[in-house]
Design a protein around this ligand. Structure first.
Ligand code: NAP
Length: 532
């Protein structure tokens, strides 16, 4: 164990929010950023499976903090793939000279709060020991992989890969029998590419997802120019609406439209080359069952038109939850892929996966012989990354114990008993319900403002209270009751993982409301915080 190294702020994670935290805070403080991976980019460093692509236009899904960066950077495609997003993260790290603050391949293993000195002690997998005043956990909402604990993994003679731990050198599927478990956003992007190479692809589906064509295409000069000329306005508009610039907002409710109008609006949205437009066809898609049913049925109709085998088409039609209840997926030929002879959809809802075997996978119905198994089974979302660090706050209380029944937080920013520790995109923030780069920048600016106030006023500690957490919980539950999210089991509510507790993991009341409540708390004399 090396001697303790003093610093002011330790940032955990070099994804987009972690990188911006370095940039924002390094002028005034000594800053170190610890990153488990051997490169920057967070989500876009880890998720390098073929087909990984953002579902928000890249001109929008990019940093706004530097005018010249925004003007000079060019995205080759409208919805960038993982390689371009990783390249952008590296460009930002180089251009703004952030690397001197970075420690890569360094996993934070333990955080311990010294309550007499009001300092955090940070321990890493490399044996480092840092002592700092503030922690910024920019650990990402979707970073800890989820693999269901099927027995027999060690027996399987082939190869197993999780999509979020994809080998940098890639995987050759040529001539292989491949099994892919999971048909969420990740699985839907990956499968058509594997199908082109593999001898046979079995897709193990428990719940079908709603998906629509990504509409990806080369970046048109006019689109790029339009955004570059209007960046300031667009970013403001984005923060004032959904936290994402959904430019064509609906004017009419479902019941206000004639059947012909409804069909036209739905067809326009399907071909809009903007996935979220489908959730904006009527004003009440997320709140009114008949509006939501109309959109679901429209997608069912599209699936039945595309997929030639009627039994496969029926299995692919989601019928157990409302559209929008889970995040809508985007794809490049996902439904069309099922018309290939080498692709088989396996229903593991009626016959669940039981175990890995020497030669493949066994479901309740039969065994499948496989050479490669891909688990596209998602994430222990929102809390998973922090749960993997031993975090000891006031009186040595462990965060894992405090959150055993689910995370409790104030504004998604702090949790009582763990002073001076701030979370970006923490539990019960809008997270993926908004555009995470821009709203991450907003949260980092908000934290920087709090730290500046602490320092200016000569304070040593800021914490929150259980009463404030209870108030935020009520707010999170209240807004969730107004939308269809509660009718779907997903990472939004922790129900993607058996036994995970805690209710709603994200705030679905919209970014503007989240930001307004956060700003009001500070403006009203740090309401809900305890400062000393
Ligand atoms: P996910 O949406 O949680 O999907 C995981 C898949 O694994 C689901 O189909 C799930 O089935 C299946 N699964 C999990 N446990 C299983 C079990 N025991 N047996 C059988 N199947 C099981 O995870 P994801 O696809 O990685 O996506 C997570 C989030 O990442 C997305 O919602 C999105 O926010 C983000 N993402 C975005 C993009 C993009 O921007 N284009 C791409 C990828 C990911 P069930 O549904 O039945 O649980």
């Amino acid at each position: 164990m090396s001697a303790a190294q003093p610093t002011d702020i330790v940032i955990i994670g070099a994804g987009f929010s972690g990188l911006y935290s370095i940039y924002r805070l390094r002028q005034d403080y000594r800053v170190i950023c610890l990153e488990a991976g051997d490169g920057v980019g967070g989500t876009w460093y880890w998720n390098r499976y073929p087909g990984a692509r953002v579902d928000i236009k890249s001109v929008e899904y990019s940093y706004g903090f530097d005018h010249d960066l925004a003007q000079e950077w060019s995205w080759p495609e409208v919805f960038s793939g993982q390689p371009d997003l990783e390249r952008y993260a590296n460009h930002v790290a180089d251009r703004f000279e952030l690397r001197q603050h970075l420690r890569l391949s360094t996993t934070v293993t333990r955080l311990h709060f010294d309550q007499d000195a009001n300092r955090w002690h940070v321990y890493t997998s490399k044996g480092d020991h840092f002592v700092c005043k503030y922690i910024i956990a920019a650990t990402g909402a979707l970073s800890a992989p989820n693999t269901p604990p099927w027995p027999g993994r060690e027996k399987f003679k082939g190869e197993i890969y999780h999509t979020t731990e994809w080998p940098r050198e890639g995987i050759d599927f040529t001539g292989k029998r491949v099994g892919q478990i999971g048909t969420g956003s990740t699985g839907i992007q990956l499968a058509p590419i594997v199908a082109e190479q593999a001898q046979q692809l079995y897709i193990f589906q428990r719940t079908p997802a709603f998906s629509m064509p990504s509409g990806n295409r080369p970046m048109a000069p006019e689109l790029e120019r339009d955004w570059k000329e209007n960046y300031a306005d667009r970013r403001r508009q984005m923060l004032e609406t959904y936290g994402a610039s959904l430019t064509v907002l609906p004017k009419l409710s479902h019941d206000d439209c004639s059947p012909e109008e409804r069909q036209r609006i739905l067809e326009d949205a399907w071909s809009s080359q903007s996935a979220f437009q489908l959730m904006l066809v009527f004003t009440d898609v997320m709140t009114n069952k008949s509006a939501n049913d109309a959109v679901s049925k429209f997608v069912h109709q599209k699936i039945r038109e595309i997929v030639k085998d009627p039994a496969t088409a029926e299995l692919l039609c989601p019928k157990t939850y409302p559209i929008g209840g889970k995040r809508l997926c985007i794809d490049n030929g996902y439904y069309q892929m099922y018309n290939r002879d080498n692709v088989t959809l396996v229903d593991v809802n009626s016959a669940p996966i039981i175990a890995f075997t020497e030669d493949g996978l066994r479901t309740a119905e039969r065994e499948y012989q496989l050479d490669i198994i891909i688990t596209a089974t998602g994430f222990d979302a929102v809390t998973g990354a922090l749960a993997r660090i031993v975090i000891e706050g006031i009186d040595g209380k462990k965060l894992a114990d405090k959150w055993a029944e689910g995370p409790t937080v104030y504004l998604g920013l702090m949790t009582a008993g763990f002073p001076n520790l701030f979370m970006v995109h923490g539990p019960k923030t809008p997270a993926a319900q908004a555009q995470m780069i821009t709203t991450g920048e907003w949260q980092v600016d908000y934290i920087a403002g709090i730290i500046a106030d602490q320092e200016r006023e000569g304070l040593s500690r800021i914490d929150t209270t259980e009463a404030a957490e209870a108030w935020w919980d009520e707010e999170v539950e209240m807004v969730s009751r107004a939308t269809v999210h509660r009718f779907a089991d997903s990472w939004y509510n922790g129900k993607n993982i058996d036994g995970k507790k805690g209710g709603f993991m994200i705030y679905v009341g919209g970014f503007p409301r989240f930001a307004q409540l956060s700003k009001a708390a500070v403006a009203e004399g740090y309401k809900g915080f305890v400062r000393s």
